[in-house]
Design a protein around this ligand. Structure first.
Ligand code: MF3
Ligand code: CO
Ligand code: CO
Length: 292
């Protein structure tokens, strides 16, 4: 980029380049990228402005409210369409839009994925929660054009130790992935941390799907793998917003997508799967959670 120091910054802040992103660009340019490790600098268009970040943060407050609401509703006997309707009404009544509804043809406002369903479960009147189920609700809110994406696990009544352990370790995997996300380090650090923890417990990480940049759109660059090697992939810099959302299988990592509905992703071996997701901002010193 050949922005002059007195030009207005490329980010849209309206400030002069030299008072805005010039120092960051110089630091990005000063790094020697190892092509053999897939190291690349982040493109400008995924680095958020202060206004973007404020917008995503506000969207995240509503998104978190949906997941809090689910906490009070999940119990044996409730159908997942009722949960979907409650989520939809919550989002709309807060002046926002559920991003999942009609996204590439997805028919509902949130994804609800039970037991061996890995992700993208479609809410239905015919799907009734029962004692011992482990359930993921994944919601994405659009407020004033800004996207926030998060999911949590819910345990229906009393579940087996096997199920509870998986849910806990999946959460730890996400947390360790977020701890590994540091400015001026590389994206691959996240997947390396996530996968090491899953392996330690004899679990596997789904590789067919991953996290993503988010904020001005639902799925932005970069793809965030939940496996991999440290010091590989895109450089992380302050102002990037990503999701960390590992899908952790009790059995093998392979998944299959339902042929009939085209959405529901299940473990191929029928084993249980758990997922937690947060939207995070890379800051000057670490990370800030924008939705959880
Ligand atoms: N919220 C999911 C994610 O974490 C995406 C769901 S797409 C949908 O990226 F169409 F299934 F809703
Ligand atoms: Co996501
Ligand atoms: Co999500």
């Amino acid at each position: 980029m050949s922005t002059n120091r007195n030009d207005v910054c490329w980010c849209g802040s309206g400030k002069k380049y030299k008072k805005c992103h010039m120092a960051m660009d110089e630091r990005i340019d000063s790094i020697k990228y190892d092509v053999y490790r897939g190291q690349v600098p982040p493109p400008h268009d995924i680095i958020k402005t202060a206004a973007d970040i404020e917008g995503i943060r506000k969207s995240g407050v509503i998104n978190d409210g949906v997941l809090d609401l689910m906490e009070s509703l999940v119990k044996p006997g409730i159908d997942t369409e009722s949960l979907n309707q409650a989520a939809h009404e919550y989002i709309v009544s807060h002046g926002a839009i559920p991003a999942c509804l009609n996204y590439e043809g997805f028919p509902k406002s949130v994804c609800i994925s039970i037991n061996e369903v890995v992700c993208h479960g479609i809410p239905s009147k015919d799907t009734i929660l029962k004692e011992g189920d482990i359930v993921n609700v994944d919601t994405t809110t659009i407020l004033d054009g800004y996207y926030a994406d998060a999911s949590r696990m819910y345990i229906v009544g009393e579940a087996s130790k096997e199920a509870r352990d998986l849910v806990r370790v999946a959460k730890e995997c996400m947390e360790l992935g977020i701890e590994a996300a540091r400015p001026w380090h590389f994206l691959g650090d996240i997947g390396a941390a996530v996968d090491a923890h899953a392996k330690k417990h004899g679990y596997s990480i789904v590789t067919a799907l991953g996290g993503h940049g988010v904020g001005n759109d639902f799925h932005e660059e970069p793809f965030v793998p939940h496996v991999g090697e440290t010091d590989t992939g895109m450089l992380l810099v302050p102002g990037m917003v990503l999701t960390v959302e590992p899908m952790v299988n009790a059995g093998k990592y392979k998944v299959v997508t339902d042929k009939k509905d085209g959405w529901t992703v299940r473990t191929r071996d029928g084993s249980l799967s758990a997922q937690w997701e947060k939207t995070i901002l890379i800051t000057e010193t670490g990370t800030e959670v924008l939705s959880s």
